[in-house]
Design a protein around this ligand. Structure first.
Ligand code: DX5
Ligand code: ZN
Length: 218
């Protein structure tokens, strides 16, 4: 298991001043960028042009979470845009192995996401191709949703499979992560934590990043 990392999602930040919002969380390990196309999920955010501008405005690496159809064709543009990690959804990819290899070859960390109802077991042999696995703990589409406890056993099973295969793959959780739920995720084996509303609704977002980190380490 890697060290604990916190990646605040800007989905709940002020889209009118994203550079300023990101500057409020210097303690973040990554900035989580939720790309939505109104097809894979019923919500629309931004595309590679805006992500590129955001990448230029901060030294913190960007962790793109692509909730978009036709990931095979659309994901490489986010490496080009300057994201250091690119996550595609397996439900939206026709050739996940080829896509992961393409993302890595282009110079970013390759990551694959599973929606709450998508099992990990069919993808056991893909873990070695991935730098990170994202297990969603809400249905993707919106920030501020309630954490789904039913995803915890899958986090545990994913961690066990990673141990079995001896891979260095990080295990990210996303959705409803807060001071109340982060310990459960860490205990189940997650090491990278996305938090949107918990961070950006806090009086001091950077203090919340530090609080989440220490709660996950407990
Ligand atoms: C949901 C997004 C999440 C979301 C997290 O589809 O992928 O990254 O913004 O927000 P919270 O932490 O509020 O659930
Ligand atoms: Zn996300």
């Amino acid at each position: 298991m890697g060290d604990i990392q916190i990646t605040p999602s800007i989905l709940n930040a002020d889209f009118g001043s994203l550079a300023a919002e990101v500057a409020r969380i210097p303690g973040a390990d990554w900035i989580h960028v939720d790309v939505m196309d109104n097809h894979f999920v019923p919500n629309l955010t931004f595309g590679p042009t805006m992500v590129e501008a955001l990448a230029r405005s901060t030294d913190t690496p960007l962790d793109a979470h692509l909730m978009i159809e036709d990931a095979d064709r659309n994901a490489p543009a986010y490496v080009e845009a300057g994201c250091a990690s690119v996550t595609f959804h397996v439900e939206a990819a026709k050739a996940p192995v080829r896509l992961a290899r393409e993302i890595r070859a282009a110079g970013a960390r390759a990551s694959m996401a599973l929606k709450p109802a998508t099992p990990i077991e069919p993808y056991e042999d893909l873990l070695a191709e991935l730098d990170m696995l994202l297990i969603m703990t809400v249905e993707p589409g919106f920030g501020g949703q309630k954490f789904l406890d039913l995803c915890l056993p899958k986090i545990r099973r994913a961690r066990a499979l990673m141990d079995k295969h001896g891979v260095e793959t990080w295990l990210q959780v996303d959705g409803g992560v807060s001071l109340e739920t982060i310990e459960r995720c860490a205990e189940a084996g997650a090491d990278v934590f996305v938090a949107g509303s918990a961070v950006f609704s806090a009086d001091d977002p950077d203090v919340m990043v530090a609080a989440l980190r220490s709660r996950a380490r407990e």
